[in-house]
Design a protein around this ligand. Structure first.
Ligand code: GLU
Length: 503
């Protein structure tokens, strides 16, 4: 196999959708797997759609995901520049080459004239297509005589260069995912290759760049499949060998009906972008929602590709090892926001307590709590299993940091008996007398006392938990009191007694 060179070629028109991140990821995995190169090319030839900040956003998204670019606008490389607006001079030559070879022509029809034709056709129930059937009636270098169109060029009249789509020809080609495809050219139009503003269109620019950048495989979204016959014909027109193509399936809404869009995310409360998008209409990002990049990457890797085994958790290196285009499906993959959370939970469980303690410490600092890291490690261990995101540690442990302000009234009603206050007073004395305040020793002593007094376990432990936590939730009660300490335990019993009091 010749050297594998693949590219991710986003247009900087806004934040990068997770579908785009998946395309980048599959290209990257494919490159690494085959000892190839992964190229990032910025396709900004449509200046009307250019959005400030999008280019940096794309690069930061890839960096966050651990998708390493080998050649690109920052990395450089032998086939640069890697931003199309910096390659402007290159494209004209190739458009002219096609005109010289008779595969393209100048067209002078104004946007207004074309619009009139479109509207007229629509009125008659037809769709206007600029192709072999009508081009001889329009204003172009095929219909006008040479003196006339040359004069128009000399006068500097605006024009575009269009591809001369062959009439009624079968084009056939292969896609690594879709298989063999045959299309009749009569369904295709004479696409504009070069615009009147002096810029190439996507069709010409990406193809020339893929050729000059020696791209071996074009791996991109399914939305480009309808353009593939044109691209194949362009390669033939230039006399170049085409790269291999792989068109990735769509990412679908959670209900499977249609393409996943930002609106689905807004409606259902999940992000469809890797990072927060801060400009104009802002958008949520996985990073800021507390996802680990490894979990995010693992999740998107499995949207369209499957390893053929039951394995679900993959590190980047494992993905590289396992990835192949043969195992990318044809049908769209449904996005499941719950599964995304599941992945983060899995990755959080794999982190060490000290890592998690450090992450949680940052969160607590913002809340004004400064807690010793060793104590936080103990805490993390106690509740880790119930936590899917670092911020969830707070909901699971808030009562470690502050005494309850209120008590679950349902529990008060059901569990606070006539003798509860007396029992808790006694329990306070037992706790006061404890020398060793480790969870095990405290538990042992308290249980001995319960037995000796003949109390019912629940009659003691439920109100005890209520005054310490405020509700019947949280980890083992002796782990909690040992962590908050004897003085705080006693203070909370007292507070509970005075606020709930006798019944
Ligand atoms: N610039 C195109 C896009 O934004 C690239 C398509 C391709 O990979 O050829 O999707």
């Amino acid at each position: 196999m010749p050297q594998v060179r693949v590219r991710f070629a986003p247009s900087p028109t806004g934040p990068l959708h997770i579908g785009g991140v998946r395309t980048a990821l599959y290209n990257f995995l494919f490159a690494r797997k085959n000892n190839g190169k992964f190229i990032l090319r910025i396709e900004d030839t449509d200046q009307t759609r250019y959005v400030e900040g999008a280019e940096d956003y794309i690069m930061e998204s890839l960096r966050w995901c651990g998708i390493v670019v080998d050649e690109g606008i920052r990395e450089g490389g032998e086939c640069g520049p890697y931003r199309q607006s910096n390659r402007k001079e290159i494209y004209r030559k190739y458009a002219d080459l096609l005109v010289d070879k008779g595969h393209a022509y100048y067209a002078f029809d104004t946007p207004g004239e074309l619009e009139t034709l479109r509207v007229e056709d629509e009125k008659n129930g037809n769709t206007f297509i600029y192709n072999a059937a009508v081009r001889s009636k329009l204003k172009n270098s095929l219909s006008l005589d040479a003196v006339e169109w040359n004069a128009r060029l000399d006068r500097g009249e605006p024009y575009v260069i269009r591809f001369k789509m062959p009439e009624d020809e079968e084009v056939d080609f292969d896609d690594l995912i879709r298989g063999h495809i045959v299309v009749n050219t009569s369904t295709l139009d004479d696409k504009v290759l070069f615009k009147s503003d002096g810029m190439p269109t996507y069709h010409l620019a990406h193809l020339v760049d893929d050729y000059l950048m020696k791209i071996s495989h074009v791996i991109r979204g399914e939305e480009w499949l309808p353009s593939l016959p044109l691209h194949v014909l362009l390669y033939r027109a230039f006399g170049w060998e085409a790269p291999l193509f792989a068109h990735l399936p769509l990412l679908l809404k959670p209900d499977g009906k249609g393409k996943l869009s930002k609106r689905d995310g807004d409606r259902m409360g999940f992000p469809v972008f890797p990072l927060f998008w801060p400009y104009g209409e802002t958008a949520k990002g996985y990073r800021e929602e507390g996802y680990y990049p490894e979990a995010f990457v693992n999740m998107i890797a499995l949207l369209g590709w499957n390893p053929g085994t039951e394995q679900e958790i993959f590190s980047m290196n494992e993905l590289i090892d396992a990835f192949s285009l043969e195992r990318v499906g044809k049908s769209g993959s449904r996005f499941d926001p719950e599964k995304a959370k599941w992945f983060n939970h899995q990755y959080l469980q794999k982190r060490s307590n000290s890592q998690l303690a450090m992450e949680f410490r940052e969160f607590l600092r913002e809340k004004g709590f400064h807690i010793d890291i060793v104590r936080l490690e103990m805490l993390v261990e106690l509740v880790k299993e119930r936590v899917g995101f670092v911020r969830d540690f707070w909901a699971q442990t808030d009562f470690f940091f502050k005494a309850p302000e209120e008590y679950d009234q349902e529990v008060v009603r059901k569990r606070w008996q006539e003798n509860t206050a007396t029992i808790l007073e006694e329990l306070k004395g037992v706790i006061q007398g404890l020398e060793d305040f480790s969870p095990q020793s405290a538990e042992q002593e308290v249980k001995l006392w319960i037995d000796s007094r003949g109390y019912n376990m629940g009659a003691v432990m439920n109100p005890f938990r209520l005054v310490i936590v405020g509700a019947l939730r949280g980890p083992h009660i002796f782990d909690i009191i040992s962590w908050i300490g004897k003085a705080e335990t006693i203070a909370r019993i007292e507070k509970g007694l005075s606020l709930i009091g006798k019944k």
